[in-house]
Design a protein around this ligand. Structure first.
Ligand code: F6P
Length: 254
């Protein structure tokens, strides 16, 4: 649109798209590190992007985090015509209740007047408990829905910030640091090259599954996330990135 062309955002979008070599990029004005409302603007852009891409009867899987919480707040009932089923992308990843995938999933569905299913699994599971839980019919059913989603909307975080926010055990944090993780998404930690160096064990969508999903939208902004975005996108070329000017300008500076 005209406003974006004039403000130079379109130019930023083109630059970031070719720099990261990804499907599409949307850049909103501002820096969410400095102004919290910028997350809502990314949310608004994400909802518009969903509307453009979704056809009837879609399954949308979502992750947690404050950015996705902002996306949920911006969801509108016009999406009702599409008949969306919202599901959490993965099980517990150690977030506060308000930022958990389940909470966000339910909120999105409420705002979009769609339906939702939740995944009730504890954050830390022993191998044994894990094996028996995935056999539970009620859980299995939701896992199948998650695996057949045709859209995934997720956040990206700085690796150390996320490990600390999750109150990860100190030995595990050491491992994450030693392996030079810089990005985190879906419970996976990535190094600068976009290689997985650590993973939180939980059920739901796995990284291999994400690569097969038709529409994948990453929503992440703020200059402090530039390194993480760059690293994550190295292995996510078929994704759409919704970000802000703060992250975009920092990405170009790097
Ligand atoms: O923990 C869920 C999650 O989506 C992470 O995968 C991601 O790194 C993080 O939240 C992003 O959180 P925020 O939007 O609050 O920066």
């Amino acid at each position: 649109d005209m406003m974006k062309e004039v403000s130079g955002l379109k130019d930023l979008e083109r630059k970031i798209k070719s720099l990261l070599d990804i499907k599409d990029v949307i850049v909103v004005a501002g820096d969410s590190d400095l102004s919290p409302w910028v997350k809502k603007e990314m949310g608004r852009a994400c909802v518009a992007c969903m509307k453009e891409r979704l056809t009837s009867q879609s399954i949308v899987a979502v992750t947690g985090g404050t950015t996705l919480a902002a996306v949920a707040e911006m969801m509108t009932p016009e999406l009702k015509q599409i008949d969306i089923l919202f599901v959490p992308a993965r099980g517990g990843l150690g977030e506060d209740v308000k930022n958990q995938a389940n909470t966000i999933c339910a909120r999105m569905a409420e705002k979009a007047m769609g339906n939702y299913r939740l995944l009730h699994v504890p954050d830390q599971l022993s191998d044994e408990a894990y094996q028996s839980m995935i056999e539970e019919p009620a859980i299995k059913e939701v896992l199948d829905l998650i695996r057949s989603s045709n859209m995934v909307i997720h956040g990206i975080g700085d690796a150390i910030t996320m490990a600390e926010r999750r109150k990860t055990a100190s030995e595990e944090i050491e491992k994450i640091k030693q392996r030079r993780a810089v990005a985190e998404a879906f419970g996976y930690y990535f190094n600068q090259e976009g290689e997985v160096v650590h993973k939180v064990k939980t059920m739901g969508i796995q990284l291999e599954d994400v690569k097969k999903v038709e529409h994948v939208i990453a929503v992440a902004g703020g200059a402090s996330k530039a390194k993480a975005i760059k690293a994550y996108m190295k292995q996510a070329h078929h994704s759409v990135l919704i970000t802000d000017e703060g992250a975009a300008r920092e990405l170009i500076r790097e």
